[in-house]
Write a new protein. Structure first.
Length: 316
């Protein structure tokens, strides 16, 4: 009887310190789940350290280890997509190499998926250990905002660690968009999902690759990808300012004709001009953000470019 195969997708960017520890942990989990076959698909996202060398060595030691190495850094979203596209398992899971998400949870996730009641078992953290105070506030605000303006559900604390059926993965791969926000795409496809809560751990090695600017850009990616509300807000601001200006014009005309009050106060006028000009630039920026995403989509550039896999030799 053929065993069910589980593909473990691991995006990697400068994870030379974490990889040995992750490999040890994930193989331990696989050994305890002897009723299943495993493949470990590592996506090297243009790492600058010895990550690729370690992946080559792991493949030589364990043929269950596969890897795809990008020609440059394309980002985690591209790495996840590449993993989903090249995974051969019946069940597919995505997990980070830093062990903040414990691979041992797979032993709890698989039976839920096998029951047939759910198509996906996803994880969410009950804490944000290792997050700075600013990042905690920023993350909390983002989920509140996206929850209000988007029709697609975004679960607060959702992690990339999840186990999915082949059917769900096929649905996700059918969306070929260049600007990807996986947490939203996982929710958008609409399959039944069981959520498991756990306490996130600190990284076992290395440092996080997510600084404040990258997190801010990623949040904008999610908002633009799954809501057009900012465009409505920009238009609404324009209507409000037009109404206010019309009222003020009427007031000035009446004051001048009835009371002979001269129009004065250039400092206040200068402040108003700066305020209105700033608001216009803000609204233009919102429109520009949507336009830029449309521009990138129309180019039809590949989501990622492969330089090397475990089946090909390194090109000199």
């Amino acid at each position: 009887m053929t065993k069910t195969k589980i593909s473990v997708i691991v995006p990697c960017y400068n994870e030379e310190d974490s990889l040995p520890l992750f490999y040890k942990e994930i193989t331990k989990v696989a050994k305890n789940m002897h009723d299943f076959d495993f493949e470990f698909l590592f996506i090297n996202d243009g790492s600058k350290d010895q990550t690729l060398d370690q992946l080559r060595a792991l493949h030589q030691e364990d043929k269950r280890v596969r890897y795809i190495s990008f020609s440059r850094n394309f980002g985690k979203e591209a790495a996840i997509y590449a993993g989903l596209e090249n995974a051969s398992g019946d069940y597919i899971t995505t997990v980070d190499a830093d062990l903040q998400d414990p691979p041992a949870l797979l032993k709890e996730m698989v039976p839920i998926l096998e029951s047939g009641e759910y198509d996906c078992v996803a994880t969410k953290s009950t804490n944000r250990k290792g997050y700075s105070f600013l990042r905690k506030i920023f993350t909390k605000c983002f989920y509140k905002i996206i929850g209000i303006i988007s029709d697609t559900e975004m679960v607060s604390g959702a992690r990339d660690f999840r186990l999915m059926t082949r059917q769900m993965v096929t649905a996700i791969l059918s969306m070929k968009e260049y600007n990807r926000y996986s947490k939203g795409l996982f929710s958008f496809v609409g399959f039944d999902t069981k959520w498991i809560e756990f306490e996130i751990e600190e990284r076992v090695a290395g440092t996080t690759k997510w600084n404040f600017w990258k997190l801010f850009s990623y949040a904008l990616e999610g908002i633009v990808a799954f809501s057009t509300t900012p465009l409505v807000v920009a238009a609404l601001i324009g209507v409000i300012f037009c109404f206010i200006s019309f009222v003020l014009i009427i007031v000035i005309i009446i004051k001048t004709l009835v009371w002979g009050d001269p129009v004065a106060g250039w400092p206040s006028m200068a402040c108003i001009m700066f305020f209105v000009g700033g608001t216009q630039l803000f609204c233009t920026g919102i429109i520009g953000e949507y336009l830029s995403k449309t521009y990138l989509e129309t180019k039809k550039r590949p989501i990622y470019i492969v330089k090397e896999t475990e089946k090909t030799k390194k090109t000199k």
